[in-house]
Design a protein around this ligand. Structure first.
Ligand code: SF4
Length: 234
């Protein structure tokens, strides 16, 4: 069986939800505009490094989503998000802080590793390149609000970054956050993942897979404000 970060994180959120999604095959079409915009924007970022026209790629990708019956968050619209995307791409190119050589090899890179005797773990890393001249693993995020930068060390607790560091063995990781707000902003958040964190993540994956294989699919303990994953569960 092949596992991914999304599967492990879904199981840890709610084992019952994991069962519905991955064993019963319950999948709903995702029409969240912000999520689909994020995918279109990431393809446009790829065009930046391949020296193609990122604005044209964003327009084409975002146009393809237009007929999907998108659900917009308050204040968002298709036009407004396109405009923000173009401004963010312009800002990112002006900043010129990220370098990716050989984009065909170093963007959307597939990594896989064995877990135990019969399982694999697979991850797609957004990019490996340099930020301000220093080699690092890069992850793109689009958001309608800034990511918190305090307290110090917060980013190193991001489980997805720890997972990617565990998969690649790269300690230096950077999250580039494209913030869609009235005055757009690009955040370059850098952190270091330790050997101990990577080891712990490997143990977490093994332990989670053992629970999945032993058919432990109890629902999580329920709803309690403000931690309320049930309210967003399909
Ligand atoms: S509604 Fe809540 S308990 Fe039920 S599967 Fe979804 S997250 Fe789990």
């Amino acid at each position: 069986m092949t596992y991914s970060y999304t599967q492990i994180s879904q199981y840890l959120t709610c084992p019952r939800r994991y069962r519905h999604r991955y064993l019963d095959g319950w999948k709903e079409k995702d029409t969240r505009a912000a999520m689909l915009f994020g995918r279109a924007f990431e393809r446009a970022l790829g065009a930046v490094f391949r020296r193609e026209d990122p604005g044209a790629v964003l327009f084409a990708e975002w146009s393809a989503c237009q007929s999907e019956g998108l659900n917009y968050s308050s204040g968002d619209s298709w036009d407004r998000m396109l405009q923000q995307g173009i401004m963010l791409l312009t800002r990112f190119c002006q900043d010129s802080r990220v370098r990716i050589t050989q984009p065909q090899r170093n963007l959307q890179i597939k990594f896989s590793r064995p877990v135990g005797d019969k399982n694999d773990f697979v991850a797609y890393i957004d990019a490996i390149g340099k930020l301000d001249g220093k080699r690092c693993l890069l992850e793109w995020k689009t958001s309608s609000s800034r990511y918190p930068e305090e307290p110090e060390g917060l980013l190193s607790l991001d489980p997805q970054l720890v997972c990617y560091s565990w998969m690649t063995g790269i300690a230096e990781v950077t999250q580039v956050v494209f913030v869609r707000k009235r005055l757009v902003e690009v955040q370059y958040l850098r952190t270091t993942i330790t050997d101990e964190q990577r080891e712990e993540f490997g143990s977490l994956v093994e332990g989670t897979i053992r629970r999945i294989e032993s058919a432990d699919f109890l629902p999580h303990s329920g709803i309690r404000f403000p931690q309320n994953p049930c309210s967003s569960c399909p």
